[in-house]
Design a binder for this molecule. Structure first.
Ligand SMILES: C[S@@+](CC[C@H](N)C(=O)[O-])C[C@H]1O[C@@H](n2cnc3c(N)ncnc32)[C@H](O)[C@@H]1O
Length: 255
């Protein structure tokens, strides 16, 4: 059945914008993605014995590549990506699953909001910087949680907004504060801070100036996910872990 026009054009515009950004090197090996500085902390929360994983907004598969290297038990992988980067995921991830017994890679090039009902649940459900396209953040987290298998978990890293820092704003002071919090979060889980990753990800901070990215503002302008709401979400899910990383929040929600 054809989508109502407003959904179809939303989907096409988001995909087009990210195709353009990917062509410029964002979320590819050239500039990289958020994986460079947050990927290792996210991967820390993927259980060593997990065999299935689903990632929403996987872009070109940079984070999933990292996780597949670190977690050889993973063999059932689903990525959902609205842009043509989905094909890059397929190219990148297929060889990494070769030789894993029962391996399966599902690449779903679609709007998560349209595709959610037909996705297979997984032990780990991950999302990084995608919530701002998904409407109400609490509803989005609930949808992710619905897709986690019992005993599994959601790992979500998304923009944390404040009155002074709405979505899309970046300043040197915010970056410095976030870096400190990131180091503390790594210390808490006994990991070295991702200094090289942070340096590498500096290229990403040109993103808000890119015309293709600005074109997306109509979809993200209403996104607010302040600290208090992150804490409230953590309280909703018993056993949840919340990392306050300044400009970014991270939740691990058990199921
Ligand atoms: C800001 S990028 C983040 C990429 C990567 N997860 C990271 O953290 O570096 C957002 C990604 O989500 C994808 N995306 C946005 N809206 C989406 C939707 N409704 N369904 C599926 N993917 C979506 C975009 O195409 C893009 O690849």
């Amino acid at each position: 059945m054809a989508l109502p026009e407003r959904h179809a054009s939303r989907r096409a515009r988001i995909a087009h914008a990210y195709n353009t950004l990917n062509e410029q090197g964002y979320f590819t090996d050239r500039i990289g993605g958020n994986d460079a500085y947050l990927g290792s902390l996210m991967a820390h929360y993927v259980p060593r014995d997990a065999s299935s994983i689903l990632e929403v907004g996987a872009a070109t598969g940079l984070w999933m590549r990292r996780v597949l290297h670190k977690r050889p038990a993973l063999r059932e992988v689903t990525v959902v990506e609205i842009s043509d980067a989905a094909e890059e995921c397929r190219r990148r991830l297929t060889p990494l699953l070769e030789g894993r017994p029962g391996a399966r890679l599902d690449v779903v090039q679609d709007d998560f909001l349209e595709a959610a009902a037909r996705l297979r649940p997984a032990q780990v459900v991950a999302s990084s910087f995608v919530a701002d396209y998904m409407g109400n953040p609490s509803d989005y987290l609930r949808r992710l949680h619905d897709l986690a298998e019992p005993g599994g978990r959601v790992i979500a890293v998304e923009v944390l907004t404040s009155g002074r820092a709405p979505v899309g704003s970046v300043s040197p002071a915010m970056l410095a504060g976030s870096f400190l919090r990131l180091c503390l979060a790594h210390a808490k889980v006994r990991k070295l801070p991702p200094v090289r990753g942070v340096a590498r990800s500096m290229g990403l901070y040109r993103l808000p100036e890119e015309p293709a990215f600005k074109d997306l503002q109509r979809y993200t302008a209403d996104y607010t996910f302040p600290r208090g709401l992150w804490r409230a979400e953590a309280r909703k899910y018993p056993g949840a872990v919340f990392h306050d990383l300044g400009m970014v929040g991270m939740l691990v929600l058990p199921k």
